[in-house]
Design a protein. Structure first.
Lengths: 347, 453
């Protein structure tokens, strides 16, 4: 297929034009295999998609005839609906498969379910799974389907990270040199992990803060041969949030799951709140105009104070809006890079 | 086994004879007749060789006592879709093993005389190599009540273990070590303190964190090794520690030995050759393309593959003799139990057919001598199994003709489709190994030969 420098989103006069989205990418599994240029290009495309979402009639024919299946083995509201909306705005046929009420209930394996969907001619499979690596298993065995990782275990959540990057870049102008403080249960957070890749690749200074029991210290220093130029080598860890937050451009609070306290990682929620809740007082130490982010769903009053969650600094709702646009950009990118089943292009 | 004696004499001519039990490492001839070693030493004159002898030219090959595997999972009865005694024994023969001890985590467990008899009967009927059952420590391997251990001994088990699971309860472990004092056989424990690794599927560390997989810290093994050493010291019982995987465990055993604790231990080929990074894919090759994480479920094994510093400590422990022997922990699984997510996949690697090739890397790399390697595969396990096994660990005249002939320098590529084992689960699929078994003889009978390569 051809990959012109400027590619139209279909032939409809109402379409928008994207600059330079030629891509050979087949899957979106994590951001570790994205170059900074590719991330920037996705963020550029996202801007064009935000424009589409702002129209009176939010519909373009770009992915007409493409089939997108969302396959969620974990509960989700925002990610799933975001993907569904993204596909539908682009005119793809979107089918939602829940694990309950499907062949999964009959004991079908993930791989066999994937093979079945491939045989039905599905173009893009959006997968969320409680086990790390599940999308990689599918990507390895399904050569005719593009896989998007919508969250796998503790491992990665690349579309969330991309929407976070877009939101930050839009507000800050540039990610390079931005000081981004990620607070909370980093150890169990796939959002934090994918953000680590994305932010470090884009030149941001990342600071992790939270209880030591919930820090992925192995990832940062536990490997003897961690190369000096590894993106994670420059990541800071500071358990003192009041100190970490000084001069921050962005403060991202992570969801604290109640089972962390039951699992003994924390003495109490009360102590967590005292040490690591993102509050107005703490935010006052950040740079003036700093952004407050949260991947959702929030426990207001635990990892973030209610007033801050809904205050002027919060871009949490913008994150959700941008999430649809990012997923549109990714669906477009993967489908543009795919030939038809018989090898013909899609334009 | 009784009717399998190969009556025709066999002459292995001009091989390098490595027989550590006799301190021998020299070129010579080995002659077998009627299931026994007639001579293994200096080159024989034609007059010493009987008429009709089958002569095997063996220049460049090594002949050694057949390997003894203290730790295999042959899966029968109960899991014949993973392995049978027949297929496991054929895999053993291909790997140069002439004796295999099979673990009792079958269904039903080998925890009473009837199941021991079943295993022995199947082995007699179907197995190309000697098969020795290990009996469970506790009834049903449930960790609550001791098995009838004397009955098991009388039925022919060679050791006791609840392998697959630890003996969790420290008091049961104490009682097992005490009760077996007059039975002359070791209690083999699989050491893992579960509360330190809830949901753990691979070694705790950089790779596990990178992959987002729950880790198993070294301390999960070392905490129980330490407990068991204290119990062995207190009771005077014979403790054998299965599949050590950490530097700390080796140190603990070294210190306990110095105090005179009655402890033996083993290490597995996979823990001497592979590291946790193999889970990333590309067989541990550090030059990887980002974003191609493999989550190679064939690397999922208990104990987990660990980092380079642990591997180095295990090699040192093996070289100096703190670790008595090499055991395979051959754990075959059907493909479906590995073609799932890493967390869902079964623990275990199919080892018998790649053991020698991977272990010889230690010799080629100058880490241990060939004689030491053979010692740890023959004399070492025989010592754990007791005096009656010494005959299987030597080429001394009059001993049973259990031996292996291998080419230490032959390079080959692992192709699991050629495995005799039903378990194709190994991260070494497609890997290049240097050193391969050419022939295996049990009681004078060639049970495997591969001269065509």
């Amino acid at each position: 297929m051809t990959t012109p420098d400027a590619m139209a989103l279909g032939n409809d006069p109402q379409d928008v034009t994207l600059a330079g989205t030629a891509s050979t990418r087949r899957n979106v599994l994590d951001l570790d295999d994205f170059t900074p240029d590719e991330i920037a290009s996705v963020l550029d495309d996202t801007g064009a998609m935000v424009e589409v979402l702002g129209r009176d009639i939010k519909k373009v024919p770009t992915l007409r005839g493409r089939v997108v299946v969302t396959m969620f083995y974990e509960s989700s509201t925002r990610t799933r609906i975001s993907f569904e909306e993204a596909g539908k705005v682009l005119s793809a046929d979107v089918i939602n498969m829940a694990s309950s009420g499907s062949s999964v209930d009959k004991g079908e394996s993930l791989l066999n379910t994937g093979l079945t969907l491939q045989a039905m001619g599905v173009d893009v499979l959006v997968v969320r799974h409680p086990h790390s690596g599940a999308p990689y298993l599918l990507a390895r065995h399904l050569p005719q389907v593009s896989i998007i990782n919508a969250g796998d275990g503790l491992h990665a959540h690349p579309t969330q990270a991309l929407l976070d990057l877009y939101t930050m870049r839009e507000r800050l102008g540039s990610l390079s040199g931005a000081r981004v403080v990620i607070v909370g249960d980093v150890l169990h957070s796939r959002v934090a992990r994918s953000n680590l890749w994305g932010l470090t690749k884009m030149g941001a200074q990342v600071v992790l803060s939270g209880p030591t029991t919930l820090m992925p210290l192995d990832l940062l220093s536990g490997r003897d041969e961690l190369e000096e130029d590894h993106p994670f080598a420059q990541v800071e860890v500071d358990t003192d949030l009041d100190r970490a937050i000084e001069g921050a451009d962005v403060v991202m609070a992570l969801r604290l799951q109640s089972e962390r306290q039951q699992g003994g990682f924390l003495p109490s929620i009360r102590e967590y709140i005292r040490r690591w809740q993102v509050t107005d007082d703490r935010l006052a130490k950040a740079r003036s105009g700093a952004l407050v982010m949260h991947p959702g769903p929030m426990n207001e009053g635990v990892e973030i104070s209610t007033s801050l969650a809904h205050g002027e600094s919060s871009v949490i709702e913008a994150q959700v809006t941008n999430g649809v646009a990012v997923r549109m950009a990714l669906l477009y990118r993967l489908c543009a890079g795919r030939g038809g089943r018989n090898g013909e292009g899609n334009s | 086994m009784l009717n399998r004696t190969h009556n025709r004499p066999v002459l292995i001519k001009g091989a390098r004879i490595v027989d550590p039990g006799r301190g021998m490492d020299a070129a010579g001839d080995v002659l077998t007749q009627e299931g026994r070693i007639v001579s293994a030493g200096p080159i024989l004159s034609p007059s010493d060789v009987p008429d009709g002898t089958h002569s095997i030219p063996s220049n460049g090959l090594v002949v050694a006592p057949g390997f003894i595997d203290l730790h295999s999972h042959l899966r029968e009865p109960g899991y014949e879709y993973k392995e049978t005694i027949a297929t496991g024994a054929r895999a053993a023969a291909r790997g140069g093993f002439t004796s295999v001890c099979c673990m009792p985590n079958t269904d039903p467990a080998i925890d009473n005389e009837a199941v021991v008899e079943l295993v022995k009967r199947r082995a007699d009927a179907d197995a190309l190599v000697r098969v020795f059952p290990i009996g469970a420590v506790t009834k049903g391997r449930k960790g609550r009540e001791l098995c009838e251990m004397e009955e098991l001994a009388a039925a022919g088990v060679v050791a006791y273990s609840d392998d697959g699971d630890p003996v969790y309860d420290p008091n049961i472990m104490r009682l097992a070590l005490t009760y077996t004092l007059d039975l002359g056989m070791p209690v083999i424990n699989h050491c893992q303190e579960h509360s330190l690794c809830p949901g753990g599927v691979m070694a705790e560390g950089w790779t596990a964190t990178r992959l987002g997989l729950p880790g198993i810290p070294a301390a999960a093994e070392e905490a129980m090794v330490s407990r068991d050493l204290a119990l062995a010291e207190m009771t005077g019982g014979w403790l054998h520690l299965a599949h050590l995987s950490t530097a700390g465990s080796v140190d603990l055993v070294r210190q306990a030995r110095q105090r005179g604790v009655s402890v033996t231990c083993e290490v597995c080929p996979q823990h001497l050759y592979l590291t946790d990074e193999w889970a990333l894919g590309y067989q541990g090759d550090t030059v990887r393309t980002a974003g191609t994480l493999n989550y190679d479920t064939s690397t999922k094994v208990y104990p987990p593959l660990r980092g380079r510093s642990d591997v180095e400590a295990l090699i040192e422990g093996l070289a100096e003799g703190v670790i008595d022997c090499i055991a395979t922990d051959h754990a075959p699984h059907e493909l479906a139990s590995k073609e799932v997510t890493y967390e869902e996949a079964s623990f275990g690697i199919s080892v018998l057919e790649t053991a020698l090739g991977s272990l010889l890397a230690l010799v080629h790399g100058g880490r241990i001598s060939l004689s030491t390697l053979v010692d740890r595969l023959t004399v070492g396990p025989a010592r754990v199994l007791g005096p009656s096994f010494e005959q299987y660990a030597t080429l001394e005249a009059g001993s049973p003709a259990d031996l292996v002939l291998f080419d230490p320098n032959l390079e080959w590529t692992v192709d699991t489709s050629q495995f005799a084992s039903r378990g194709r689960n190994t991260p070494l699929q497609g890997a290049s190994l240097k050193g391969r078994v050419v022939a295996t003889m049990v009681e004078g009978r060639l049970v495997h030969q591969d001269f065509g390569v």
